[in-house]
Design a protein around this ligand. Structure first.
Ligand SMILES: [Zn+2]
Length: 319
């Protein structure tokens, strides 16, 4: 037994030394990202470490909506006070409380009416009680329903540079743009009744990307969620942009650790397996852990995947 403990301690020491001496090469960063991803975050690893790097999309009119069957999925209660009203690919979350709902992200415009407004109704919630809508960033797959919710009376919270991007866009909002409302401030808490969402500005994916920390309840027990606001590398691919992205992931990892986050969420199912986990919640038996609760260590590894893939991508620019 003693020998085993010594061997484990030596292995840990060796690992520590290996990490400290990790060379600054593309291969080493990808290996570190793979190790951090494990089997938990394969989607994120594949998208930003394996798939080719990309550039910003052009300011063009969106294509016609895809068939409903390709994106529609049933809304669902996931925690005592958090409901999924997203699609098969993108997430929209309703945080409910005594004073109303804080909605996080709004999908593509074609999905927002049925998935969000219709989804809330289907779950017995009142769409008119959505007081705040927080948009992680102003790409079409998350900001699409912002105008709809603003027209229905919700206040819209978004990063300043992303409000500017909407204002500058010529072609991306053929059905109209949401009007500038609340500009997200770093560390600000959007509070409504007993709920509070802390905004963590994490520029990188877009200049105004907002990540979040908030609490949910699971059978009465509070759990802290770290919500990652933007992931893929479809921004201007140069060293300063990757440096910004990397420092934002470190910042969010620290914020998540300080808050004791044990739940990781993103705005694409590709990254956090939201749709699969929503199904697992429905199949959960009494006493089983919540499918979204992965623990502090795993939440930390998520942001490590993002950081290491970005470090590899940054080096690729110079190779
Ligand atoms: Zn995006």
């Amino acid at each position: 037994m003693k020998r085993l403990i010594v061997a484990a301690a030596l292995a840990a020491l060796t690992l520590g030394v290996a990490q400290a001496q990790q060379p600054n090469t593309i291969e080493a960063h990808i290996a570190a990202a793979k190790a951090a991803a494990g089997f938990d975050f394969t989607g994120t690893l594949a998208r930003i470490c394996i798939a080719p790097q990309t550039a910003p999309g052009a300011d063009v009119t969106p294509p016609p909506p895809p068939a409903r069957a390709t994106w529609y999925t049933e809304p669902a209660k996931v925690f005592d006070n958090l409901y999924f009203v997203g699609t098969k690919f993108h997430s929209s979350w309703a945080l409910t409380g005594s004073e109303g709902i804080i909605l996080i992200d709004t999908l593509y415009d074609y999905a927002s009416e049925e998935a969000i407004v219709g989804g809330l109704k289907k779950l017995g919630l009142d769409p008119a009680s959505v007081k705040y809508v927080i948009i992680s960033h102003a790409h079409g797959d998350h900001v699409g329903g912002a105008k709809l919710m603003q027209d229905r009376g919700s206040r819209i919270v978004m990063g300043g540079p992303d409000w500017e991007a909407i204002e500058k866009s010529v072609n991306q909002f053929p059905a109209g743009k949401p009007k500038r409302d609340i500009v997200a401030i770093d560390g600000e808490r959007i509070t409504l009744g007993e709920n509070a969402v802390t905004l963590v500005l994490t520029p990188g994916h877009t200049p105004g990307t907002v990540s979040m920390i908030f609490q949910v309840k699971d059978n009465g027990a509070p759990l802290t969620v770290a919500y990652s606001g933007g992931t893929a590398f479809n921004f201007v691919n140069d060293v300063p942009h990757f440096d910004t992205y990397i420092s934002s992931q470190r910042k969010m990892a620290a914020a998540a650790a300080t808050a004791g986050a044990t739940v990781l969420m993103s705005n694409h199912s590709e990254f956090d397996n939201a749709v699969t986990k929503v199904r697992l919640v429905a199949a959960r038996r009494t006493g089983e852990p919540h499918p979204f609760e992965i623990g502090r260590e795993a939440v930390g590894r998520y942001f490590k995947v993002m950081e290491e893939c970005a470090a590899a991508a940054r080096l690729r620019l110079q190779s």
